[in-house]
Design a protein around this ligand. Structure first.
Ligand code: UDP
Length: 349
């Protein structure tokens, strides 16, 4: 809008902006939390980084995740400490990690799925302890039922580096994601309509000569065509508050074991070192019938998506942008990049 000087109307089904990045201050504790799960921004893409810096100040935040395994807190991605703690080793440097990898990981000619991806990186023992059941709790599928891309997200570190990401830029918006989006939308030519369902709006308004950028699930858009539905995973968030300083040693603790139903617990107070004399924790369980959060990358869904994609390519005046419309497990930077590329390719809009 600011470049083309054209009017934009944003239709938002929910009662707030910001999509799944939406955050707010919890009244009881004064701590900023994300309504739909923790969002950690990271990128190597200069264009994306420059773009987001137009709308708020970003504070460097190197995210770390700890996994609770064998009654111990260990770093994930697997690093030297993880191997030493869980496999009873005494590795000191990269050379020794290489030896351990050589001995303990499995080599495949071609990696076909996420089980093989993980075993080729961290070996069978750590796969069983840290990946297999976590993945089942998250996806209701074992790693061998998912494309290798899912576990390709989690590397192995041949060092003592405990960071979750190794990207050049890792940061959180100083004033929260909602404020970041608010700044992005601050333009006289942009109107936002909350509590508005796109399909109902489309039925009641003539959009014939209007360019539409659709960001919802692609299969919902083509509901009437009668193809099989794509699968998605959704999350249930369980909130607890405590009168204590910290509940756990880190912002995110993963629980890969079968003994508890949740995948992870997020303690938001850790992010940007927020101050409060209370704390709030949110644990996550997953389901397949809530709001779609994750596309499920496997062969069946991807070939079905390709059928929908063909329909999308022939849809006049309508463009499909973002994680749900592309049925891709995009990180935030990839989602932003997807929009920036779309804009540059369709600048005639
Ligand atoms: N994963 C795992 N154990 C972990 C962390 C991740 O098995 O301790 C697997 C799991 O299948 C998960 C995927 O790796 O869904 C990607 O993890 P990531 O933390 O990137 O997921 P997100 O934060 O997007 O939910």
């Amino acid at each position: 809008t600011s470049i083309l000087k054209k009017k934009g109307l944003i239709l938002e089904k929910r009662n707030h902006i910001g999509g799944n990045c939406y955050d707010y201050i919890d009244k009881e504790t004064g701590i900023r939390i994300n309504k739909y799960g923790a969002h950690l921004f990271h990128t190597n893409n200069e264009k994306v980084w420059n773009y987001i810096n137009n709308f708020d100040e970003w504070i460097r935040w190197e995210h770390k995740v700890i996994s609770f395994v064998d009654n111990k807190f260990v770093p994930i991605p697997v690093n030297i400490t993880t191997i030493n703690e869980l496999c009873n080793e005494n590795i000191k440097d990269e050379k020794e990690v290489d030896k351990w990898i050589e001995k303990n990981t499995i080599k495949y000619d071609k990696i076909e799925n996420s089980e093989q991806m993980a075993k080729s990186r961290i070996g069978k023992v750590l796969y069983n302890k840290m990946v297999k059941d976590y993945t089942y709790k998250q996806w209701k599928k074992y790693p061998n039922e998912l494309n290798s891309s899912v576990l390709a997200r989690i590397p192995i570190r041949k060092s003592f580096d405990t960071r979750y990401f190794s990207d050049k830029y890792q940061a959180l918006p100083k004033n929260g994601y909602t404020n970041f989006f608010k700044n992005m939308l601050k333009n006289k030519l942009i109107t936002v309509k909350l509590n508005t369902d796109f399909f109902k709006f489309k039925k009641n308004n003539n959009l014939d000569n209007i360019k539409i950028i659709y960001t919802g699930p692609i299969d919902l858009y083509f509901d009437k065509v009668g193809y099989e539905k794509l699968e998605y995973r959704s999350i249930d968030f369980h909130i607890k508050r405590f009168d204590m300083n910290y509940y756990q040693p880190n912002s995110v603790v993963n629980y890969p074991g079968k003994d508890v139903p949740f995948t992870r617990i997020v303690e938001y107070k850790h992010f940007l070192n927020q101050k409060s004399n209370k704390t709030i924790i949110i644990s996550e369980t997953t389901n397949d019938n809530g709001d779609p959060y994750y596309p499920i990358p496997n062969k069946k869904n991807i070939s079905l998506y390709n059928k929908y994609k063909k329909l999308a390519e022939n849809e006049k005046n309508t463009y499909f942008v973002g994680r749900l419309a592309n049925y891709k497990y995009f990180n935030m930077d990839q989602a932003i990049n997807n929009s920036l590329i779309f804009f540059n390719e369709n600048i005639i809009i």
